[in-house]
Write a protein that binds this ligand. Structure first.
Ligand SMILES: [Zn+2]
Length: 75
């Protein structure tokens, strides 16, 4: 089996797990609780930008009470 095939298989396996972690407000990279992160920046009325201690950046949607990974243009 090719190395790239193994990597893409792993990514397929890990993605749902990461989505579960982020929906439970944990950083999928280091499993720290995102609610506890001190580096919060208010972007507008509805969203905050959170930088996790591991360096990953997330957007918190207040109206949905949900986190998601920041997109390239939001970093
Ligand atoms: Zn993290």
């Amino acid at each position: 089996m090719k190395f790239n095939t193994i990597i893409s298989m792993l990514k397929t396996l890990i993605k749902p797990l990461q989505n579960v972690l982020i929906s439970k407000k944990y950083c999928p990279g280091c499993t720290r609780q995102l609610d506890d992160q001190k580096t919060r920046q208010i972007r507008n009325n509805d969203t905050e930008r959170i930088t996790c201690q591991c360096g990953r950046i997330f957007i918190y949607d207040k109206s949905l009470d949900q986190y998601r990974r920041a997109l390239q243009n939001e970093v």
